[in-house]
Design a protein around this ligand. Structure first.
Ligand SMILES: [Zn+2]
Length: 53
């Protein structure tokens, strides 16, 4: 199960723990894919199968 997290209201949604912008303090989380504001870096990692969840 993928968990999407963000560190603040204005943050993007991250789901790869190895993303350099993965929030240290989690402000919000959800297991439903958010419709917008997904992190580009997490997306790239997933495409490269380099995403650690
Ligand atoms: Zn990210």
């Amino acid at each position: 199960m993928v968990e999407y997290v963000r560190g603040s209201d204005s943050d993007k949604w991250h789901w790869c723990k190895n993303c350099t912008q993965y929030p240290m303090y989690i402000y919000q989380k959800t297991s439903v894919e958010p419709p917008s504001d997904l992190c580009e870096q997490c997306k790239t990692k997933e495409d490269n199968r380099d995403c650690k969840m």
